[in-house]
Design a protein around this ligand. Structure first.
Ligand code: PMP
Length: 404
């Protein structure tokens, strides 16, 4: 059982008011809030051992290096990667995807095929389109049904010997659908294709085991899971990371530099050019510690309760339609009420202290599928409560009355 009232004490931001009303934060799929335990780690870093890492001869540099590398081990352990050098620090999910897409530029050729899903965030579409433009490979799309579920039989029909890569999110940010990535990975491997899973929305709710999944690349952002912005990780199987060329050149990623020839550092440094987000990396580890101290099982159970409660209460509102009714979904509810524009609902809710997201959620193809400009999206985390959902429902009813 999760002690939500106790947990809420860890999040100072939950005590503030917005427009004179207590904040109700339901925009967690965009970014999560930060517990004091993680804020303390950030303050401690800048107060006590802020220094550039690796190769520093002085104590501060050593302390910062140790903490940063310790955090890499925590990330390795959390995702159950075989080696710590399979964990590459990135600036976030978008950076991780671009790193891999760039690497495949030298591995793909005309006639090769890559597969994306209809449920993707723009950051898991555009880099692959750019890759296809550069290489002449073609992009195929796994279609979805009205529930917002991928149609696996169509996926199987797309796979063939030319398929080199499949990229799919674990959970859709716009609809909350949990995709059957185990099956997707297995089928892709059967034709020799590699799979990249965008875990931006899954990592805040579940604990992926990259070895059990046998996934080739897995990416996520710390800011969706109680950590700071500007840091994330790319997991890649050692063999793949060795095959991919470096993404950016600069300091830290080299072995030897001369004007005639530069040789690159080994993993993970080959992909970590320049001074990284040192404090962010350390705080990412602290965020994982925090979430694991609550337990991902308890988090998932509680968030499922919030999802079920929120869904049933929302459906009592006349004219309200939920987009994304997959059997397997997480605590994201995307909806519209009649013909009311989502932006208008979001603006009135904000006046009542309630933060939701409105718009296309960086997933325009999904909005096109439903022939809508966007939705209102309420996304819950383990620090939200049923009482907050009640207040939100009352406020939403008021907003609908004002706008009808
Ligand atoms: N993929 C998905 C499914 C997302 O939800 C997001 C963030 N909204 C991203 C990718 C991009 O993450 P970031 O902006 O942290 O790079």
């Amino acid at each position: 059982m999760l002690d939500v009232q106790n947990i809420r004490q860890d999040f100072p931001i939950l005590n503030r008011t917005v427009n004179g009303k207590p904040l109700i934060y339901f925009d967690n799929a965009a970014t999560s809030q930060t517990p004091q335990q993680v804020i303390d780690v950030i303050v401690d870093y800048y107060s006590n051992y802020n220094a550039n890492i690796h190769r520093g001869v002085h104590s501060l540099s050593q302390e910062a290096t140790d903490a940063y590398e310790q955090s890499r081990l925590k990330i390795q352990n959390h995702f159950n990667a075989k080696h710590s050098h399979e964990i590459i620090y990135t600036a976030g999910t978008t950076h991780g995807i671009n790193l891999v897409a760039n690497g495949f530029s030298s591995l793909l050729k005309k006639g090769d095929e890559v597969i994306v899903s209809a449920l993707e965030h723009h950051s898991n579409i555009v880099p692959w389109q750019m890759l296809c433009e550069r290489t002449g490979a073609s992009l195929k799309v796994i279609p979805m049904n009205d529930h917002g579920e991928l149609i696996l039989s169509e996926y199987e029909a797309l796979l063939n010997d030319n398929t080199k890569l499949v990229f799919v999110n674990h959970i859709s940010n716009a609809l909350g659908t949990i995709n059957p990535i185990e099956k997707i990975i297995e089928k892709a491997h059967a034709v020799g294709a590699a799979v990249l899973v965008d875990g931006a929305q899954s990592c805040p709710h579940i604990k992926p085991d990259v070895q059990a999944l046998d996934v080739d690349f897995y990416v996520c952002s710390a800011h969706k899971m109680c950590g700071p912005t500007g840091v994330g990780m790319l997991y890649g199987k050692e063999a793949w990371l060795n095959k991919l060329p470096p993404y950016q050149g600069g300091g830290e990623m080299i072995a030897e530099v001369s004007f005639e020839k530069t040789t690159y550092a080994g993993l993970p440094h080959k992909f970590e050019a320049g001074t990284p987000n040192i404090c962010g990396g350390i705080a990412f580890g602290a965020a994982l510690d925090y979430m694991n101290s609550i337990s991902f099982d308890a988090i998932a159970n509680y968030e499922n309760e919030l999802l079920d409660y929120g869904t049933s209460e929302l459906l009592k509102i006349e004219g309200l339609k939920i987009y994304g009714t997959a059997k397997e979904k997480t605590s994201v509810i995307s909806f519209n009420v009649g013909n009311i524009h989502p932006y208008d609902i979001g603006t009135i809710l904000d006046k009542m202290g309630i933060a939701v997201r409105t718009g296309h959620h960086c997933a325009q193809p999904i909005m096109d599928f439903y022939k809508i400009p966007g939705t209102v999206r309420a996304s819950f985390m383990f620090y939200n409560t049923k009482e907050e959902i009640d207040t939100f429902i009352t406020a939403l009813k008021k907003a609908v009355m004002m706008l009808s």
